[in-house]
Write a protein that binds this ligand. Structure first.
Ligand code: SGN
Ligand code: CA
Length: 527
């Protein structure tokens, strides 16, 4: 068995991986860098018009950039559960954040790597409610975790930290790499940031970044949602109406130390004063909110980028880089003002697309790109194949190793299946996005909002911003027919149960700390 062989090899060459010595045939280390809500449109290697990410770009420059990595269910916990299991939400059991509790006893890729001799660790955001399993070391945030001074769960023990969370997660990861891991074994580290999730609180170093610039607005910031289903109109995630005073930094966060609060006030209060005096209305007010939102979002991204740079530097300095596969991704994309929105959930391009970069020296050509349809469903099998482990037959993705060579096999998948569930009626539904499933091909996207009985079809070649559904256009009748059959085929293939139309009658069991969402324009909260 491979495991035994390895143990032997590992015993013989004990220490070699730690030193990064010529371990050409040694199983590579895996560094999985994961962020929360990072849109590819805010990464310069994806052509961002609004920021620069030099350290993330390093991974792209030295590796492969995937242009069509599509999430299966654009929300945090579900995306993470799919990554761990290599199975769709309806199989791994974690369909929504609200009321979701990951069954940690099931098979996951970290457990399989661990069994095969890897040392496994996770630091940062977890958000799956149950205790992490399959990790030799975990130090995770509770629930969403705060941007400052996070308590963390270190192998079951509550540890209090002081400082900025993005830096703390990085410090802990570096400390584990340097001091605590077993250097005689290959490692798999999941280095997972909370940033740039809502409420987009920048670190003190970044408060003045972008102060003197105007960030370009997306051209559909003032979308009127005509030509699409009712779902696009009914959501509660607009920059205009949904952002709160806390999101907009019109009030300070609750848990800062006196020094942190003083720095926060020095940064925001003079600007807030000017804003109040200006008494903006209508579109001017939306524009101001967009600038405040996007600048804070990008400041959070800048901290991620700098901290990823610290870890890349460490890998270089120690020689580990040579035999470490580095991946970068985010649990889904995010709306950065497109359609007038923030948040995610919809199967539209901005959130469907996950950024995905892979660097593997000697195996992936530097600066290469891949347009094939890939997915977070494929990550588990990819990790396993990197480690030389055969993926279990019940995983539903495909290993991406065949793509790393630079060509796409002719039988590669031609369509991607998506299914979003988190709509539970008015009281318990953050952002009010209706349930939907759909299929995306290279050119088209068919979406079914099944509780509304409405469909949308987009021709991405002609309408890349998805502003007008052509579902009812007779010119697209054949495409509708073909994709309707395709989505049905995918549902059978992935064994999607036929319970998708039902909204549970009873309120869900809520996660600790869950607070019902304020509705659109609540008087006391919205700015
Ligand atoms: C929180 C956020 C929402 C966000 C969900 C899910 N509100 O509830 O805006 O959609 O998390 O995000 S907040 O005011 O508490 O920030 S996810 O990334 O965890 O799926
Ligand atoms: Ca997320």
């Amino acid at each position: 068995m491979r495991l035994c062989l390895w143990s032997l090899v590992l015993a013989l060459v004990s220490g070699l991986f730690g030193a990064g010595a010529s371990a050409a045939d040694a199983p590579p280390n895996i560094l999985f860098i994961f962020t929360d809500d990072h849109s590819a449109n805010a990464m310069s290697c994806y052509g961002s018009k609004i920021n620069q990410t030099p350290n993330l770009d390093r991974i792209a420059k030295e590796g492969m950039r995937f242009n069509n990595c599509l999430v299966t269910n654009a929300i945090c916990g579900p995306s993470r559960a799919v990554i761990l299991t290599g199975k769709h939400s309806h199989i791994n059991g974690f369909r929504m954040n609200v009321g979701g509790n990951f069954d940690g006893s099931q098979q996951t890729f970290p457990k399989l790597l661990q069994k095969a001799g890897y040392q496994t660790a996770i630091v940062g955001k977890w958000h799956l409610t149950s205790e992490p399993q399959g990790f030799d070391y975990y130090e995770t945030l509770y629930d969403q975790g705060p941007y400052y001074n996070p308590p963390m769960n270190r192998n079951g023990e509550r540890i209090k930290h002081t400082g900025y969370t993005t830096e703390i997660i990085t410090d802990l990861s570096l400390k584990w790499l340097e001091e605590s891991r077993d250097k005689s074994k290959p490692f798999m580290l999941m280095f997972q940031h909370k940033a740039p999730h809502r409420e987009w609180q920048p670190g003190p170093k970044y408060y003045s970044m972008y102060n003197d610039v105007e960030i370009p607005e997306p051209e559909n910031l003032f979308d009127d949602y005509e030509g699409r289903s009712k779902a696009a109109k009914q959501q509660d995630m607009t920059i205009e109406k949904t952002l709160t005073q806390l999101d907009l930094k019109l009030v300070p966060p609750q848990n800062l130390t006196p020094e942190q609060l003083a720095a926060w006030k020095a940064a925001y209060e003079p600007q807030n004063e000017e804003f109040r005096k200006a008494n903006l209305k209508g579109k001017d007010l939306v524009r101001w909110k967009y600038q405040r939102y996007i600048k804070d979002y990008l400041r959070c991204v800048a901290a991620v980028d700098d901290n990823v740079g610290r870890v890349l530097d460490y890998l270089e300095k120690t020689g580990l880089a040579k035999n470490t596969v580095v991946m970068y991704s985010s649990d889904q994309g995010f709306f950065l003002g497109e359609h007038g929105w923030f948040d995610k959930r919809f199967m539209y391009e901005e959130t469907l697309k996950m950024p995905f970069l892979v660097r593997w020296p000697g195996k992936i050509k530097p600066g290469s790109t891949c347009d094939a349809l890939v997915s977070n469903l494929d990550f588990a099998e990819t990790f396993l194949e990197i480690a030389g482990i055969k993926a279990p037959a019940d995983m539903q993705g495909v290993s991406l190793l065949p793509l790393f060579g630079g060509t796409v096999p002719s039988d590669w998948r031609k369509s991607h299946y998506y299914h979003y569930y988190e709509f539970l009626g008015d009281q318990f539904t953050p952002h009010m996005v209706r349930r939907h499933y759909g299929v995306r091909t290279e050119r088209y996207k068919l979406i079914h909002f099944y509780n509304l009985e409405e469909w949308e079809l987009f021709d991405l070649q002609k309408d890349p911003r998805e502003m007008k559904s052509v579902y009812d256009d007779p010119a697209y009748a054949d495409v509708v027919k073909e994709l309707t059959a395709e989505v049905k085929r995918l549902q059978e293939h992935y064994k999607v149960p036929d319970d998708r139309g039902s909204v549970p009658k009873d309120p869900p069991v809520l996660q600790p700390g869950f607070k019902p969402m304020p509705k659109a324009t609540p008087k006391k909260n919205a700015a």
